[in-house]
Design a protein around this ligand. Structure first.
Ligand code: HEC
Length: 462
Protein backbone atom coordinates (compact mmCIF):
# COMPACT_ATOMS: atom_id res chain seq x y z
CA UNK A 1 0.00 0.00 0.00
CA UNK A 2 1.56 3.27 -1.09
CA UNK A 3 0.37 5.94 1.29
CA UNK A 4 2.57 8.99 1.86
CA UNK A 5 4.49 8.63 5.12
CA UNK A 6 5.51 11.85 6.83
CA UNK A 7 9.00 12.04 8.30
CA UNK A 8 9.32 14.24 11.40
CA UNK A 9 12.16 16.77 11.11
CA UNK A 10 13.64 15.83 14.48
CA UNK A 11 13.66 12.51 16.34
CA UNK A 12 12.44 9.30 14.76
CA UNK A 13 8.67 8.94 14.53
CA UNK A 14 8.45 6.20 17.15
CA UNK A 15 9.95 8.50 19.78
CA UNK A 16 7.14 10.97 19.14
CA UNK A 17 4.34 8.43 19.23
CA UNK A 18 5.79 6.94 22.38
CA UNK A 19 5.97 10.29 24.14
CA UNK A 20 2.49 11.37 23.08
CA UNK A 21 0.82 8.09 24.02
CA UNK A 22 2.74 7.73 27.27
CA UNK A 23 1.92 11.18 28.53
CA UNK A 24 -1.72 10.58 27.66
CA UNK A 25 -1.87 7.10 29.18
CA UNK A 26 -0.37 8.22 32.48
CA UNK A 27 -3.02 10.91 32.85
CA UNK A 28 -5.80 8.60 31.67
CA UNK A 29 -4.87 5.84 34.11
CA UNK A 30 -4.75 8.27 37.04
CA UNK A 31 -8.18 9.68 36.12
CA UNK A 32 -9.63 6.19 35.61
CA UNK A 33 -8.51 4.98 38.98
CA UNK A 34 -9.59 8.07 40.90
CA UNK A 35 -13.00 8.23 39.23
CA UNK A 36 -13.55 4.56 39.92
CA UNK A 37 -12.63 4.85 43.59
CA UNK A 38 -14.39 8.14 44.35
CA UNK A 39 -17.94 6.72 44.72
CA UNK A 40 -16.54 3.79 46.70
CA UNK A 41 -14.83 6.08 49.23
CA UNK A 42 -17.92 8.25 49.31
CA UNK A 43 -20.01 5.19 50.13
CA UNK A 44 -17.64 4.13 52.90
CA UNK A 45 -17.88 7.67 54.29
CA UNK A 46 -21.65 7.42 54.30
CA UNK A 47 -21.65 4.04 56.03
CA UNK A 48 -19.15 5.11 58.65
CA UNK A 49 -20.46 8.64 58.97
CA UNK A 50 -16.88 9.85 58.53
CA UNK A 51 -16.61 13.09 56.52
CA UNK A 52 -12.93 12.49 55.79
CA UNK A 53 -13.83 9.83 53.22
CA UNK A 54 -16.20 12.27 51.57
CA UNK A 55 -13.46 14.88 51.39
CA UNK A 56 -11.08 12.35 49.89
CA UNK A 57 -13.62 11.26 47.26
CA UNK A 58 -14.31 14.84 46.34
CA UNK A 59 -10.59 15.56 46.15
CA UNK A 60 -10.18 12.63 43.73
CA UNK A 61 -12.88 14.01 41.47
CA UNK A 62 -11.55 17.58 41.56
CA UNK A 63 -8.05 16.38 40.75
CA UNK A 64 -9.40 14.23 37.90
CA UNK A 65 -11.18 17.24 36.44
CA UNK A 66 -7.98 19.28 36.58
CA UNK A 67 -6.20 16.51 34.70
CA UNK A 68 -9.02 16.06 32.23
CA UNK A 69 -8.13 18.79 29.72
CA UNK A 70 -4.44 17.97 29.33
CA UNK A 71 -5.34 14.27 29.16
CA UNK A 72 -7.90 14.82 26.44
CA UNK A 73 -5.66 17.24 24.52
CA UNK A 74 -2.85 14.71 24.48
CA UNK A 75 -5.34 12.05 23.44
CA UNK A 76 -6.30 13.98 20.33
CA UNK A 77 -2.63 14.15 19.38
CA UNK A 78 -2.39 10.35 19.14
CA UNK A 79 -4.60 9.75 16.07
CA UNK A 80 -3.23 12.91 14.42
CA UNK A 81 0.29 11.65 14.76
CA UNK A 82 -0.55 8.11 13.66
CA UNK A 83 -2.46 9.31 10.60
CA UNK A 84 0.53 11.25 9.32
CA UNK A 85 3.36 8.93 10.27
CA UNK A 86 1.76 5.47 10.24
CA UNK A 87 -0.97 6.09 7.66
CA UNK A 88 -1.45 2.56 6.42
CA UNK A 89 -1.68 1.15 9.90
CA UNK A 90 -4.19 3.81 10.89
CA UNK A 91 -6.40 3.33 7.84
CA UNK A 92 -6.57 -0.42 8.25
CA UNK A 93 -6.83 -0.51 12.02
CA UNK A 94 -9.43 2.24 12.37
CA UNK A 95 -11.25 0.51 9.54
CA UNK A 96 -11.44 -2.72 11.53
CA UNK A 97 -12.55 -0.98 14.72
CA UNK A 98 -14.70 1.83 13.42
CA UNK A 99 -17.78 1.12 15.56
CA UNK A 100 -15.88 0.47 18.78
CA UNK A 101 -14.08 3.78 18.23
CA UNK A 102 -17.39 5.55 17.76
CA UNK A 103 -18.73 3.79 20.86
CA UNK A 104 -15.75 4.96 22.92
CA UNK A 105 -16.47 8.49 21.74
CA UNK A 106 -19.97 8.06 23.19
CA UNK A 107 -18.58 6.59 26.43
CA UNK A 108 -16.16 9.47 26.69
CA UNK A 109 -18.95 12.02 26.34
CA UNK A 110 -20.96 10.10 28.94
CA UNK A 111 -17.97 10.20 31.26
CA UNK A 112 -17.54 13.96 30.87
CA UNK A 113 -21.24 14.68 31.35
CA UNK A 114 -21.70 12.48 34.39
CA UNK A 115 -18.41 13.28 36.04
CA UNK A 116 -18.68 17.03 35.76
CA UNK A 117 -22.36 17.93 35.67
CA UNK A 118 -24.00 15.12 37.62
CA UNK A 119 -21.31 14.14 40.08
CA UNK A 120 -18.95 17.05 40.72
CA UNK A 121 -21.37 19.95 40.48
CA UNK A 122 -24.06 18.24 42.54
CA UNK A 123 -21.84 17.36 45.50
CA UNK A 124 -23.33 19.95 47.86
CA UNK A 125 -26.82 20.01 46.39
CA UNK A 126 -27.29 16.28 46.85
CA UNK A 127 -25.80 16.24 50.35
CA UNK A 128 -29.09 14.98 51.72
CA UNK A 129 -29.47 12.40 48.97
CA UNK A 130 -26.16 10.59 49.19
CA UNK A 131 -27.27 7.26 47.68
CA UNK A 132 -28.41 9.05 44.52
CA UNK A 133 -25.17 11.03 44.39
CA UNK A 134 -23.10 7.87 44.80
CA UNK A 135 -25.13 6.22 42.06
CA UNK A 136 -24.32 9.10 39.70
CA UNK A 137 -20.65 8.65 40.54
CA UNK A 138 -20.93 4.95 39.68
CA UNK A 139 -22.42 5.85 36.28
CA UNK A 140 -19.46 8.16 35.62
CA UNK A 141 -17.08 5.36 36.70
CA UNK A 142 -18.79 2.85 34.39
CA UNK A 143 -18.37 5.16 31.41
CA UNK A 144 -14.72 5.68 32.35
CA UNK A 145 -14.10 1.96 32.53
CA UNK A 146 -15.92 1.44 29.22
CA UNK A 147 -13.48 3.80 27.50
CA UNK A 148 -10.62 1.73 28.86
CA UNK A 149 -12.41 -1.45 27.80
CA UNK A 150 -12.46 -0.34 24.16
CA UNK A 151 -8.86 0.86 24.06
CA UNK A 152 -7.54 -2.28 25.70
CA UNK A 153 -9.35 -4.38 23.10
CA UNK A 154 -7.78 -2.35 20.30
CA UNK A 155 -4.38 -2.32 21.97
CA UNK A 156 -4.33 -6.03 22.74
CA UNK A 157 -5.30 -6.79 19.13
CA UNK A 158 -1.97 -5.28 18.07
CA UNK A 159 -0.08 -8.02 19.90
CA UNK A 160 -2.45 -11.00 19.59
CA UNK A 161 -4.53 -10.34 16.47
CA UNK A 162 -7.09 -13.07 15.99
CA UNK A 163 -8.57 -11.72 12.75
CA UNK A 164 -6.75 -10.37 9.72
CA UNK A 165 -6.13 -6.65 9.47
CA UNK A 166 -8.38 -5.61 6.58
CA UNK A 167 -7.07 -3.70 3.60
CA UNK A 168 -7.80 -0.01 3.19
CA UNK A 169 -10.53 -0.70 0.68
CA UNK A 170 -12.34 -3.23 2.89
CA UNK A 171 -14.75 -1.33 5.13
CA UNK A 172 -15.07 -3.96 7.87
CA UNK A 173 -15.99 -1.44 10.60
CA UNK A 174 -16.32 -4.09 13.31
CA UNK A 175 -15.21 -7.70 13.88
CA UNK A 176 -16.02 -9.45 17.13
CA UNK A 177 -13.13 -11.88 16.64
CA UNK A 178 -10.67 -8.98 16.45
CA UNK A 179 -12.19 -7.09 19.37
CA UNK A 180 -12.35 -10.11 21.66
CA UNK A 181 -8.85 -11.29 20.78
CA UNK A 182 -7.13 -13.75 23.13
CA UNK A 183 -4.95 -11.15 24.83
CA UNK A 184 -7.80 -8.75 25.56
CA UNK A 185 -9.14 -10.06 28.91
CA UNK A 186 -5.58 -10.34 30.20
CA UNK A 187 -4.50 -6.88 29.08
CA UNK A 188 -7.68 -5.37 30.49
CA UNK A 189 -7.27 -7.03 33.89
CA UNK A 190 -3.54 -6.39 33.96
CA UNK A 191 -4.15 -2.71 33.25
CA UNK A 192 -7.03 -2.53 35.71
CA UNK A 193 -5.10 -3.91 38.66
CA UNK A 194 -1.87 -2.28 37.54
CA UNK A 195 -3.51 1.15 37.44
CA UNK A 196 -5.22 0.63 40.75
CA UNK A 197 -1.95 -0.47 42.26
CA UNK A 198 0.43 2.18 40.99
CA UNK A 199 -1.97 5.11 41.34
CA UNK A 200 -2.91 4.23 44.92
CA UNK A 201 0.68 3.55 45.94
CA UNK A 202 1.81 6.84 44.47
CA UNK A 203 -1.14 8.73 45.97
CA UNK A 204 -0.49 7.08 49.35
CA UNK A 205 3.20 7.99 49.16
CA UNK A 206 2.44 11.61 48.29
CA UNK A 207 -0.14 11.89 51.09
CA UNK A 208 2.29 10.34 53.58
CA UNK A 209 5.06 12.79 52.74
CA UNK A 210 2.54 15.62 52.63
CA UNK A 211 1.51 14.75 56.19
CA UNK A 212 5.13 14.90 57.29
CA UNK A 213 5.77 18.26 55.77
CA UNK A 214 2.68 20.23 56.68
CA UNK A 215 2.69 22.34 59.84
CA UNK A 216 -1.05 22.54 60.24
CA UNK A 217 -2.40 19.91 62.63
CA UNK A 218 -5.77 19.38 60.98
CA UNK A 219 -4.26 19.06 57.52
CA UNK A 220 -1.62 16.68 58.83
CA UNK A 221 -4.24 14.45 60.39
CA UNK A 222 -6.23 14.39 57.14
CA UNK A 223 -3.23 13.57 54.98
CA UNK A 224 -2.13 10.83 57.33
CA UNK A 225 -5.67 9.44 57.11
CA UNK A 226 -5.62 9.68 53.28
CA UNK A 227 -2.32 7.80 53.15
CA UNK A 228 -3.71 5.11 55.49
CA UNK A 229 -6.74 4.42 53.32
CA UNK A 230 -5.05 4.55 49.90
CA UNK A 231 -1.60 3.02 50.15
CA UNK A 232 -2.68 -0.47 51.36
CA UNK A 233 -5.29 -0.64 48.56
CA UNK A 234 -2.53 -0.16 46.01
CA UNK A 235 -0.33 -2.67 47.75
CA UNK A 236 -2.95 -5.40 47.93
CA UNK A 237 -4.06 -4.78 44.33
CA UNK A 238 -0.50 -5.44 43.22
CA UNK A 239 -0.68 -9.11 44.20
CA UNK A 240 -3.17 -9.80 41.40
CA UNK A 241 -0.47 -8.81 38.92
CA UNK A 242 1.83 -11.86 38.91
CA UNK A 243 -1.11 -14.19 38.35
CA UNK A 244 -2.69 -12.12 35.55
CA UNK A 245 0.76 -11.49 34.08
CA UNK A 246 1.41 -15.21 34.04
CA UNK A 247 -1.85 -15.80 32.17
CA UNK A 248 -1.04 -13.00 29.74
CA UNK A 249 2.44 -14.39 29.13
CA UNK A 250 1.07 -17.81 28.24
CA UNK A 251 -1.43 -16.27 25.83
CA UNK A 252 1.41 -14.32 24.21
CA UNK A 253 3.48 -17.51 24.05
CA UNK A 254 0.70 -19.23 22.17
CA UNK A 255 -0.52 -16.41 19.92
CA UNK A 256 2.54 -14.20 19.46
CA UNK A 257 5.50 -16.56 20.03
CA UNK A 258 8.10 -14.16 18.64
CA UNK A 259 7.06 -11.46 21.11
CA UNK A 260 7.24 -14.06 23.86
CA UNK A 261 10.81 -15.00 22.86
CA UNK A 262 11.71 -11.31 22.66
CA UNK A 263 10.63 -10.84 26.28
CA UNK A 264 11.92 -14.15 27.64
CA UNK A 265 15.59 -13.98 26.79
CA UNK A 266 15.41 -11.96 23.57
CA UNK A 267 16.02 -8.28 22.87
CA UNK A 268 13.52 -6.88 25.39
CA UNK A 269 14.46 -9.21 28.21
CA UNK A 270 16.81 -6.61 29.80
CA UNK A 271 13.88 -4.19 30.06
CA UNK A 272 11.64 -6.92 31.38
CA UNK A 273 14.26 -7.83 33.99
CA UNK A 274 14.47 -4.20 35.12
CA UNK A 275 10.69 -4.18 35.47
CA UNK A 276 10.80 -7.33 37.59
CA UNK A 277 13.56 -5.93 39.80
CA UNK A 278 11.59 -2.71 40.34
CA UNK A 279 8.42 -4.64 41.19
CA UNK A 280 10.36 -7.01 43.45
CA UNK A 281 12.04 -4.15 45.34
CA UNK A 282 8.69 -2.48 45.76
CA UNK A 283 7.11 -5.63 47.16
CA UNK A 284 9.95 -6.23 49.59
CA UNK A 285 9.94 -2.68 50.95
CA UNK A 286 6.16 -2.70 51.15
CA UNK A 287 5.89 -5.97 53.04
CA UNK A 288 8.54 -4.95 55.54
CA UNK A 289 6.70 -1.66 56.14
CA UNK A 290 3.46 -3.52 56.62
CA UNK A 291 4.89 -5.88 59.19
CA UNK A 292 7.16 -3.38 60.91
CA UNK A 293 4.41 -0.99 61.83
CA UNK A 294 2.21 -3.71 63.37
CA UNK A 295 -0.56 -3.08 60.87
CA UNK A 296 -3.92 -4.83 61.02
CA UNK A 297 -3.70 -8.61 61.21
CA UNK A 298 -6.00 -9.09 58.20
CA UNK A 299 -3.68 -6.92 56.09
CA UNK A 300 -0.69 -9.01 57.09
CA UNK A 301 -2.59 -12.22 56.35
CA UNK A 302 -3.63 -10.96 52.94
CA UNK A 303 -0.11 -9.93 52.05
CA UNK A 304 1.12 -13.34 53.16
CA UNK A 305 -1.45 -14.93 50.86
CA UNK A 306 -0.28 -12.62 48.06
CA UNK A 307 3.33 -13.67 48.62
CA UNK A 308 2.35 -17.35 48.52
CA UNK A 309 0.47 -16.77 45.27
CA UNK A 310 3.55 -15.08 43.82
CA UNK A 311 5.62 -18.07 44.94
CA UNK A 312 3.27 -20.41 43.05
CA UNK A 313 3.74 -18.37 39.87
CA UNK A 314 7.52 -18.51 40.28
CA UNK A 315 7.40 -22.27 40.92
CA UNK A 316 5.43 -22.80 37.72
CA UNK A 317 8.05 -20.79 35.82
CA UNK A 318 10.91 -22.80 34.32
CA UNK A 319 14.27 -22.24 36.08
CA UNK A 320 15.98 -18.98 35.10
CA UNK A 321 18.94 -20.07 33.01
CA UNK A 322 21.15 -17.32 34.37
CA UNK A 323 20.77 -18.85 37.83
CA UNK A 324 20.36 -22.58 37.44
CA UNK A 325 19.41 -25.26 34.94
CA UNK A 326 17.97 -27.65 37.45
CA UNK A 327 14.31 -27.71 38.34
CA UNK A 328 15.08 -29.14 41.80
CA UNK A 329 17.53 -26.36 42.63
CA UNK A 330 15.03 -23.78 41.36
CA UNK A 331 12.15 -25.17 43.44
CA UNK A 332 14.24 -25.64 46.57
CA UNK A 333 15.86 -22.21 46.19
CA UNK A 334 12.53 -20.44 45.83
CA UNK A 335 11.01 -22.34 48.72
CA UNK A 336 13.99 -21.42 50.91
CA UNK A 337 13.88 -17.73 49.97
CA UNK A 338 10.15 -17.41 50.56
CA UNK A 339 10.29 -19.33 53.84
CA UNK A 340 13.11 -17.11 55.07
CA UNK A 341 11.17 -14.02 54.02
CA UNK A 342 7.97 -15.12 55.75
CA UNK A 343 9.84 -16.10 58.92
CA UNK A 344 11.56 -12.72 58.95
CA UNK A 345 8.27 -10.91 58.38
CA UNK A 346 6.30 -12.70 61.07
CA UNK A 347 9.01 -13.10 63.69
CA UNK A 348 11.61 -10.36 63.30
CA UNK A 349 10.00 -7.49 61.40
CA UNK A 350 7.42 -6.57 64.09
CA UNK A 351 10.31 -5.89 66.42
CA UNK A 352 11.95 -3.38 64.06
CA UNK A 353 11.91 0.16 65.36
CA UNK A 354 9.01 2.12 63.95
CA UNK A 355 10.94 4.95 62.33
CA UNK A 356 8.00 7.06 61.25
CA UNK A 357 9.68 9.58 58.98
CA UNK A 358 11.75 6.94 57.19
CA UNK A 359 8.68 4.89 56.35
CA UNK A 360 6.69 7.82 55.03
CA UNK A 361 9.45 8.59 52.53
CA UNK A 362 9.74 4.89 51.77
CA UNK A 363 6.08 4.86 50.82
CA UNK A 364 6.73 7.60 48.28
CA UNK A 365 9.69 5.60 46.97
CA UNK A 366 7.44 2.53 46.65
CA UNK A 367 4.91 4.58 44.70
CA UNK A 368 7.64 5.77 42.35
CA UNK A 369 8.97 2.23 41.90
CA UNK A 370 5.48 1.00 41.02
CA UNK A 371 5.07 3.87 38.58
CA UNK A 372 8.37 3.06 36.86
CA UNK A 373 7.47 -0.63 36.62
CA UNK A 374 4.18 0.36 35.00
CA UNK A 375 5.97 2.55 32.43
CA UNK A 376 8.49 -0.11 31.50
CA UNK A 377 5.71 -2.69 31.19
CA UNK A 378 4.08 -0.75 28.37
CA UNK A 379 7.43 -0.27 26.68
CA UNK A 380 8.16 -4.01 26.81
CA UNK A 381 4.85 -4.88 25.20
CA UNK A 382 5.39 -2.42 22.36
CA UNK A 383 9.00 -3.37 21.73
CA UNK A 384 8.45 -7.10 21.84
CA UNK A 385 6.52 -7.19 18.57
CA UNK A 386 8.86 -4.84 16.70
CA UNK A 387 9.16 -4.41 13.70
CA UNK A 388 5.47 -5.25 13.51
CA UNK A 389 2.90 -2.66 14.44
CA UNK A 390 0.26 -5.38 14.43
CA UNK A 391 1.87 -8.72 15.10
CA UNK A 392 2.34 -10.68 11.89
CA UNK A 393 0.07 -8.26 9.98
CA UNK A 394 1.80 -4.96 9.28
CA UNK A 395 5.33 -3.67 9.88
CA UNK A 396 6.17 -0.11 10.79
CA UNK A 397 7.30 2.17 7.94
CA UNK A 398 10.79 2.65 9.37
CA UNK A 399 11.50 -1.08 9.65
CA UNK A 400 15.19 -1.84 9.28
CA UNK A 401 16.51 -5.00 7.72
CA UNK A 402 18.07 -6.19 10.95
CA UNK A 403 14.82 -6.03 12.91
CA UNK A 404 12.97 -7.95 10.23
CA UNK A 405 15.73 -10.58 10.17
CA UNK A 406 15.62 -10.84 13.94
CA UNK A 407 11.89 -11.48 13.84
CA UNK A 408 12.43 -14.23 11.28
CA UNK A 409 15.22 -15.76 13.36
CA UNK A 410 13.08 -15.80 16.53
CA UNK A 411 10.18 -17.19 14.56
CA UNK A 412 12.09 -20.02 12.88
CA UNK A 413 14.69 -21.02 15.43
CA UNK A 414 13.49 -20.22 18.95
CA UNK A 415 10.75 -22.82 19.02
CA UNK A 416 13.57 -25.30 19.71
CA UNK A 417 16.40 -23.10 21.04
CA UNK A 418 16.65 -20.65 23.91
CA UNK A 419 17.85 -17.27 22.61
CA UNK A 420 20.76 -16.74 25.00
CA UNK A 421 22.13 -20.24 24.59
CA UNK A 422 22.35 -20.58 20.84
CA UNK A 423 26.09 -20.98 20.18
CA UNK A 424 27.69 -21.77 16.89
CA UNK A 425 30.01 -24.78 16.99
CA UNK A 426 33.62 -23.58 16.61
CA UNK A 427 34.31 -25.60 13.52
CA UNK A 428 31.41 -24.30 11.44
CA UNK A 429 30.29 -21.02 10.06
CA UNK A 430 26.66 -19.99 10.22
CA UNK A 431 26.02 -20.84 6.60
CA UNK A 432 27.04 -24.45 7.25
CA UNK A 433 25.07 -24.66 10.46
CA UNK A 434 21.89 -23.35 8.86
CA UNK A 435 22.34 -25.87 6.06
CA UNK A 436 22.46 -28.63 8.70
CA UNK A 437 19.44 -27.20 10.52
CA UNK A 438 17.48 -27.06 7.29
CA UNK A 439 17.52 -30.82 7.16
CA UNK A 440 15.19 -30.90 10.14
CA UNK A 441 11.73 -31.65 8.80
CA UNK A 442 10.08 -29.24 11.27
CA UNK A 443 12.08 -26.31 9.94
CA UNK A 444 10.60 -24.81 6.84
CA UNK A 445 12.92 -22.18 5.34
CA UNK A 446 13.14 -20.71 1.86
CA UNK A 447 16.62 -19.96 0.49
CA UNK A 448 16.00 -16.27 0.92
CA UNK A 449 14.96 -16.73 4.56
CA UNK A 450 17.98 -18.92 5.24
CA UNK A 451 20.26 -16.23 3.83
CA UNK A 452 18.62 -13.59 6.02
CA UNK A 453 19.05 -15.67 9.17
CA UNK A 454 22.71 -16.26 8.30
CA UNK A 455 23.13 -12.51 7.82
CA UNK A 456 21.49 -11.79 11.19
CA UNK A 457 23.54 -14.35 13.09
CA UNK A 458 26.83 -13.37 11.47
CA UNK A 459 26.16 -9.78 12.39
CA UNK A 460 25.22 -10.74 15.91
CA UNK A 461 28.32 -12.81 16.64
CA UNK A 462 30.70 -10.17 15.39
C1 HEC B 1 12.76 -28.51 15.33
C2 HEC B 1 13.71 -28.03 16.27
C3 HEC B 1 14.83 -27.13 15.78
C4 HEC B 1 14.74 -26.01 15.02
C5 HEC B 1 13.49 -25.38 14.43
C6 HEC B 1 16.08 -25.50 14.93
N1 HEC B 1 16.95 -26.29 15.58
FE1 HEC B 1 18.91 -25.97 15.87
N2 HEC B 1 19.11 -27.75 16.81
C7 HEC B 1 18.05 -28.54 17.17
C8 HEC B 1 18.56 -29.65 17.93
C9 HEC B 1 17.73 -30.78 18.50
C10 HEC B 1 19.97 -29.47 18.02
C11 HEC B 1 20.95 -30.31 18.80
C12 HEC B 1 21.21 -31.60 18.12
C13 HEC B 1 22.36 -31.48 17.20
O1 HEC B 1 23.43 -31.12 17.64
O2 HEC B 1 22.17 -31.74 16.02
C14 HEC B 1 20.26 -28.26 17.30
C15 HEC B 1 21.53 -27.73 17.19
C16 HEC B 1 21.80 -26.47 16.76
C17 HEC B 1 23.08 -25.81 16.82
C18 HEC B 1 24.38 -26.44 17.31
C19 HEC B 1 24.70 -25.99 18.69
C20 HEC B 1 23.81 -26.60 19.68
O3 HEC B 1 23.14 -25.85 20.38
O4 HEC B 1 23.75 -27.84 19.78
C21 HEC B 1 22.92 -24.55 16.32
C22 HEC B 1 23.96 -23.46 16.26
C23 HEC B 1 21.56 -24.43 15.90
N3 HEC B 1 20.90 -25.60 16.17
C24 HEC B 1 21.02 -23.30 15.31
C25 HEC B 1 19.71 -23.25 14.82
C26 HEC B 1 19.21 -22.13 14.05
C27 HEC B 1 20.00 -20.88 13.70
C28 HEC B 1 17.94 -22.43 13.74
C29 HEC B 1 16.98 -21.58 12.92
C30 HEC B 1 17.29 -21.46 11.55
C31 HEC B 1 17.63 -23.72 14.33
N4 HEC B 1 18.74 -24.18 14.96
C32 HEC B 1 16.39 -24.31 14.26
C33 HEC B 1 16.72 -28.35 16.89
C34 HEC B 1 16.23 -27.32 16.14
Amino acid sequence: MDLPVIDPPIFPRWVWIEEITYSHIIIATVINTLVLLAPIYEYIGLRRQDPRYDRLARGFVTFSLILFSPGAALGTGIPMWIMGTYPEFWSRWANLFFWPLVAQFGFFLGEVIFLFFFYYLTWDKLRERKPLHIFLGCVAATFTLSVQFVWDALGSYMLTPSAALPMINQPVAWAAAAFFNPGFPFLFLHRFFGNLSYVMLLAGGIFAVGALRTKEAEQREYWAFAARVTFPVGFLAFFAMPLIGWGYASVIQQHAPVAFHAIMGGHVSPHFTVKMVLAGTMVLLGTVWLFAGKKHLWLRLMVTAGLLLTLLVFLAHPPLRALTESRTVWTAGLAAIFTALLLFLWLAAPRLKDRHEFWQWTKLAIGLLAFSAFLIGGFVRERSRSPYTVYGEIVKPEVVEREADRFLFYDKCLGCHAPGKLKKPQAEDWRERIAIERRRPELDLTDEQAARIVRYLEDDSR
